[in-house]
Write a new protein. Structure first.
Length: 407
């Protein structure tokens, strides 16, 4: 009886917090609609819009060093993208190459890129803001929120730190979803390259993916909490968990509690199958400028799917410096929760943690279908580095080499 009463009381408390949080999100969204009632609601922004933040330029020698580094890579077809380097209130940003090769459109600083796994830190921030509001418990079994989830003993903290042991959903969807969507008789390209062309406008939804996980229940890779294993399933589940708990699309929640407070108005989560319709956004290319087509996994976000500019991520890094999270939550986010390798690399909540020349670096990289992204912060020195590329040419850039440019 006492246990039942306790659980009932706990359930009522969660319901009250959920209703209060939902009401707050609705008010924020409504206020945004009033303030921008004459602005379009789709991700088509004015490319000429200027950033309101006031920065000084680096000295001419530093600018020359930065530009020489990327221009030299571009000249040998090893770089196509935009970059931003900031130290305190000094800033330099520029671009090299094409946003759209076939239309001869050059990249500009305001263009948005698919961030791939650099979406994960934003998903973590969204979850941690809701944790601060009392909506979630980091150490509670997620079956408290998703009662039909088929795995025991997995907490939100394990999802955030990639220690859940869950298998990667991409292997499940490739073997199940594509069997139904892509005819076996298709020849020509490898199946992975034909998905968008064959499936057309068909993208898997969060609900469909979650149902497949429940039905198939693929074997976990490790016991919960025992080992770091980087896995996109963790961050899809965080986004899905947020949606289910608040009854709103994840992108609307993220916009209300992360982007709007940070003053970010050009970032958006992409779930569609109409890449060609996106305005002021780069196209992902192979090394030979062959564009990647739409992909059925566009419908899954949280682990990927965020389009943003270098300036968007600069605002995010400065918001973190200015106390976007409570200090205790920020410390929890940047704490070393899981060791990822033998070279001193760790994972926090949504971020990788390492040392560079004795300083703590909080960062994340990403890559997906032509896009490669690098987002690095050295909080103690108020350094932000953002490099976003939209071609696989030249291979991956080295984080340490880019950080050395500003030191």
């Amino acid at each position: 009886m006492l246990k039942a009463a306790y659980l009932l009381s706990k359930s009522k408390s969660r319901l009250i917090i959920r209703q209060m949080t939902y009401g707050l999100l609705v008010l924020i969204a409504f206020a945004g609609m009033i303030s921008s009632c004459n602005e379009p609601t789709n991700p088509k922004i004015d490319i000429q819009k200027k950033d309101t933040l006031q920065f000084e330029q680096f000295d001419s020698l530093k600018i020359a060093e930065l530009e020489m580094f990327f221009d030299s890579l571009g000249s040998i077809k090893a770089f196509n993208g935009c970059y931003l380097f900031r130290k305190g209130m000094q800033l330099h940003q520029s671009c090299f190459g094409y946003a759209n090769k076939s239309l001869d459109i050059q990249l500009q600083n305001e263009y948005r890129f698919q961030l791939a796994s650099v979406s994960k830190p934003v998903t973590a921030l969204c979850f941690l803001k809701l944790y601060e509001a009392g909506l979630f418990n980091l150490d509670e079994d997620i079956r408290t929120y998703l009662t039909d989830f088929p795995y025991e003993g997995i907490s939100p903290a394990m999802l955030l730190s990639h220690t859940s042991g869950l298998p990667n959903y991409m292997y499940l969807t490739d073997s199940l979803w594509l069997e139904a969507q892509v005819p076996d008789f298709v020849t020509g390209y490898a199946r992975s390259e034909r998905i968008g062309e064959i499936a057309g406008s068909i993208a898997i939804s969060h609900k469909e993916l979650y149902q497949k996980i429940i039905l198939e229940k693929p074997s976990p890779y490790y016991l919960p909490g025992k080992k770091f294993s980087y896995c996109n399933t963790n961050y899809f589940l965080l986004a899905y968990l947020i949606e289910q708990e608040l009854g709103m699309p994840f992108e609307a929640i993220c916009d209300s509690i992360v982007f709007q407070p940070m003053g970010i108005d050009d970032a958006f989560w992409y779930r569609g199958m109409e890449l060609d319709s996106l305005v002021n956004s780069a196209i992902g290319y192979t090394a030979k400028y062959r564009p990647y087509v739409d992909f059925y996994l566009n419908g899954v976000i949280g682990d990927k799917g965020l389009f943003a500019s270098t300036s968007s991520l600069l605002k995010l890094s400065m918001a973190l410096e200015d106390g976007f999270l409570d200090q205790q939550t920020y410390n929890l986010m940047t704490k070393k929760h899981a060791k990822t390798n033998r070279r001193g690399m760790h994972y926090g909540f949504g971020w990788r943690i390492k040392k560079f020349q004795g300083e703590k670096v909080v960062f994340h990289n990403g890559w997906l279908r032509g896009f490669r992204s690098y987002f690095m912060m050295i909080p103690s020195r108020k350094i932000t580095i953002v490099v976003l590329t939209n071609s696989t040419m030249g291979g991956f850039l080295k984080n340490d080499a880019m950080m050395a440019l500003i030191n």
